[in-house]
Design a protein around this ligand. Structure first.
Ligand code: ZN
Length: 177
């Protein structure tokens, strides 16, 4: 890793000053000068669900606000600190699309580096709808099904990668059958 830009300046435990120090011959860590607390900078976990309709179109949502407003994404969200990842994906999908889903497997896991302020590890589940009607909510203002080969402008580069993987998967399935 290249030289780090410091993102945090005060200890979350005691309010003391943080500075990068090399401890145990590891990469430099942010260490509190007062209580010696080490602030490990780890990515947050995110979850997303891939729902396809009978025409193999994917359900996407348009982001309502923030820096990605007007751009589309595979419905997703952060895992709460005390929350199981499967509960998180069901909850986020319900909040954003009004659909009840059941995850049927992990499709892919990707590192997201597009936001330098907050790196995340995203888990994209395949899921089937078990109830509800599509209705945008929470961070989204529209939801809709789109052809995998012609998605609308996307908010996140990793969603594009995931859609390309899905497209390749479906093409290979069609070749087999
Ligand atoms: Zn401290």
């Amino acid at each position: 890793m290249t030289k780090k830009e410091q993102r945090f300046y005060y200890c979350p435990k005691c309010g003391g000053k943080l500075a990068y120090r090399c401890i145990k011959e590891e990469r430099p860590r942010l260490v509190c000068g007062t209580c010696q607390y080490v602030l490990y900078e780890n990515p947050a976990a995110g979850v997303a669900a891939i729902v396809l309709n009978a025409e193999k179109q994917i359900l996407l949502g348009r982001r309502a606000g923030g820096k990605y407003a007007g751009l589309w994404c595979i419905p997703c969200g952060y895992v709460e600190y005390d929350e199981d990842v499967y509960c998180a994906v069901r909850r986020e999908f319900k909040e954003e699309t009004n659909l009840d889903i059941e995850p049927v497997g992990v499709f892919t896991v990707q590192s997201n580096f597009h936001d330098p302020e907050k790196h995340t590890v995203g888990i994209w589940f395949r899921a089937r709808v078990t109830g509800g009607e599509p209705l945008a909510g929470d961070d989204l203002d529209r939801v809709g099904y789109f052809d995998l080969s012609a998605p609308p402008p996307l908010a996140f580069p990793t969603d594009r990668v995931v859609i390309e993987y899905l497209l390749a998967d479906i093409k290979s399935l069609l070749q087999v059958n």
